[in-house]
Design a protein around this ligand. Structure first.
Ligand code: FAD
Length: 311
């Protein structure tokens, strides 16, 4: 049996969950696919999830902590008799999947790009060294896998599964969450966007991001930022792309006044098309760009906005 830990936003399954289901189906030689939804008020996500997997386990454990998620995924894996557990890669899963792998005595294949099986092992590829090296790994069963977002086609619904509530033995909390403030963001999420418009320090001021936002809105994309911009307090950390920020892989990545430092590239160099605007023809971003405009962003960005309005 294969268990997918299904990411959701409280109402709907996230795109990453549908990618993880596809990964599970690709490993169907290792068993049928079931899923678990973890969190609170899970009725609507469970209802959606049962269209994709045979059994949906529902673990109502309250707000997120890594210990709770690991305990709930462990309970679901035990109940399902799963030898393979698949989750969406990301900052959050990076904290609970090692705990789960430890409890299951399983190997951990993280941030995988592709997964296959030879019947007794799971073989996976992933990037390392700032995305410059692709390596292949293999792990016997049991195994916990995370699937890097934006690498896999989204699963289609497939029938009507059953729903089973799970009782989870929660460990005594070693850390207490005192407050949780959710950032109010409009528009598409950065990691799920098919177009990302990123602004760098060369924009010169936080006010100049109004143009970045406008272009992203017109294109139905999301706004990204470099670390220099985030460190300056111009944009929230949630928008940072790069080694210490988010990894994105949109169809189009538009980098405005971004130098293209290796740490920034680590979060975006697998985008399908990269478009760069920079006044310095020698800026490193042009080495990985498919299309480049050498010019002043304060002239090029308004022209891009006007051109986009006409589309
Ligand atoms: P700059 O490097 O200052 O580049 C600004 C660019 O704008 C220049 O190329 C300049 O030619 C251009 N420019 C200036 N004015 C104009 C204009 N009017 N018109 C057009 N172009 C103009 N960085 C990240 O982004 N993400 C990370 O996750 C990250 N993690 C890091 C982790 C570590 C451990 C370290 C050491 C660094 C990390 N960095 C990260 C920082 C990274 O090294 C760079 O400092 C940062 O990416 C630079 O941001 P920037 O391109 O906005 O700024």
């Amino acid at each position: 049996m294969i268990l997918v830990v299904l990411e959701h936003d409280g109402t709907r399954l996230r795109k990453g969950a549908l990618e993880a289901i596809t990964r599970a189906r690709q490993l169907s030689a290792l068993g049928d696919v079931s899923g678990v939804v973890i969190g609170e008020n899970l009725a609507s996500v469970a209802e959606e999830a049962r269209r994709y997997v045979g059994t949906v386990y529902v673990a109502e454990v309250g707000a997120y902590t890594a210990e709770k998620w690991a305990a709930a995924a462990y309970a679901a894996a035990q109940r399902a008799g799963a030898k393979v557990v698949i989750a969406t890669g990301g900052r959050q899963s990076r904290s609970w999947t090692p705990r789960l792998a430890y409890r299951l005595g399983a190997g951990l294949l993280e941030d995988t790009l592709e997964t296959s099986t030879d019947g007794s092992r799971v073989i996976a590829s992933r990037y390392s060294f700032l995305n410059r090296v692709t390596e292949k790994q293999a792990a016997g069963l049991p195994v916990v896998i995370t699937a890097k977002p934006n690498t896999t086609p989204l699963a289609e619904p497939q029938g009507e599964g059953s729903v089973e509530r799970l009782s989870v033995e929660l460990p005594a909390a070693k850390v207490e969450v005192l407050e949780r403030v959710t950032e109010q963001k409009k528009g598409v999420s950065l990691t799920e966007a098919t177009i990302v418009v990123t602004g760098g320090r060369g924009l010169g001021s936080p006010e100049a991001f109004a143009g970045v936002e406008q272009l992203a809105d017109l294109l139905g994309g999301a706004v990204g930022a470099t670390r220099a911009v985030v460190d300056a307090g111009w944009r929230p950390y949630g928008e940072q792309v790069g080694q210490t920020g988010k990894t994105v892989q949109p169809n189009a990545y538009i980098a405005l006044a971004v130098s293209g430092a290796v740490q920034h590239q680590a979060g975006m160099n697998k985008s399908k098309y990269i478009v760069a605007v920079n006044k310095d023809a020698e800026a490193p971003i042009f080495k990985i760009a498919d299309y480049g405009i050498v010019g002043d962003v304060h002239q090029v960005l308004p022209a891009l906005i006007e051109a986009t309005k006409k589309l």
